[in-house]
Ligand binder design. Structure first.
Ligand code: IPM
Ligand code: MN
Length: 372
């Protein structure tokens, strides 16, 4: 298959983790005879610094023309603590989501059995966790009208949803549930918010076309509690933009590290793949960031194009690195492996997928790779 992939490393550790994902995609090309073309562009704080715009027109054009976008991370502390800043790196990502029509953000939360002891939660609670969050991504309070009064003493953000915005993601979430364990949970705040009541009405009526899927509802405050108390009760969670942002970070700690969670953002034409972690500026340039979330985002990219065997090869290589302990320090504080070595190990194992665990540890330590 031929694919044009836009690479947007962005800020912080973005380029370091993205490089490892590309290495793995190159291993897939080599092993399965595909041809991917990569073109890189600026986004985020680095784009503000170089072009005065967090999403330069050239970047947007490249993304629109590409088959898929692979994204690193966005954000820089110099903007976070400055409420006066009128241009922010995050605006680049938000505009990109809107312009590409990426209305559905898919965030799988799964416990890797080999890492069960890494979780801050008890083993008995998290065993068997395997759910997927469908977060609406181009509406709600993120994109509603924003106002500040002349004195700067009162501010508001409007949370608005239309039936159309709700129904298009709801259909995708029901279809996902049909292919999984037939359970969909709508997370909202329908006891307080009018917009949540609309979500309930629309989702309930769409549910009639999916009789095999059982639909239930949870208020977001209760959902936040249930995700920690009993995460294995969930199959597919559907929710609006802001609630999805919050509960997906919460879900990410179940598996022991936010550095493991990948995501896909899809619309009718375009698709973007990114780790759910942020730019982790403290780790920038230190070769310590966990590349697995970025590599698993590349696996989701492959699945999006029907390349399931290829994606499985990536996932199995990731599993091997976890089993073998070839991981970064967030997963093992005694680990000596850096971002690049973990990436090399996983890429090598995509190429030599039939190899078992008899590999030479010295080669791992040297970070030797067959992928250049
Ligand atoms: C995410 C991030 C973004 C969001 C930020 C960077 C704008 O937290 O993808 O979850 O809030 O959507
Ligand atoms: Mn977030």
């Amino acid at each position: 298959m031929n694919l044009n992939i836009a690479l947007l490393p962005g800020d912080g550790v973005g380029s370091e983790v993205l490089d490892q994902a590309v290495k793995c995609l190159q291993a897939v090309e080599e092993t399965f005879n595909h041809h991917f073309v990569y073109k890189e562009a600026l986004v985020g704080a680095i784009a503000i610094d170089k072009k005065g715009n967090p999403l330069p027109d050239t970047t947007l054009k490249l993304c629109k023309e590409a088959d898929a976008v692979l994204f690193g991370a966005i954000g820089d502390p110099k903007y976070d603590n400055n409420p006066e800043a009128t241009v922010r790196p995050e605006q680049g990502l938000l505009k990109l989501r809107k312009e590409l029509g990426l209305y559905t953000n898919i965030r799988p939360v799964k416990v890797f059995p080999t890492l069960i002891d890494n979780s801050p939660l008890k083993k008995e609670i998290i065993a068997g966790t395997d759910f997927i969050i469908y977060r609406e991504l181009t509406g709600g309070i993120y994109f509603g009208e924003k106002k500040t009064n002349a004195e700067g003493t009162v501010a508001s953000d409007l949370c608005e949803y239309s039936e159309k915005e709700i129904s298009r993601i709801a259909h995708l979430a029901f279809k996902a549930a049909k292919n999984r364990r037939n359970k969909l949970t709508l997370v909202d705040k329908a006891n307080v918010l009018e917009s949540s009541r609309l979500w309930r009405k629309v989702v309930t009526s769409i549910g009639e076309s999916y009789p095999e899927v059982s639909l239930d509802f949870l208020f977001v405050d209760n959902a936040a509690m249930q995700i920690i108390l009993n995460p294995s009760q969930f199959d597919v969670i559907l929710t609006e933009n802001m609630f999805g942002d919050i509960i997906s970070d919460e879900g990410s700690v179940i598996g022991g590290s936010i550095g493991l969670l990948a995501s896909a953002s899809v619309g009718d034409k375009n698709a973007l793949f990114e780790p759910i972690h942020g730019s982790y500026p403290q780790a920038k340039g230190k070769d310590i960031a966990n590349p697995i979330a970025s590599i698993l985002s590349a696996a989701m990219l492959l699945e999006n194009f029907g390349l399931f065997e290829e994606a499985m090869a990536v996932r199995e290589a990731v599993d091997k690195s976890l089993k073998k302990g070839v991981v970064t320090q967030d997963l093992d504080n005694k680990s000596q492996y850096g971002t690049k070595q973990v990436g090399d190990f996983i890429a090598d194992n995509i190429v030599d997928s039939e190899d078992d665990f008899n590999m030479n540890d010295e080669n791992i330590d040297l970070g030797k790779s067959t992928i250049i």
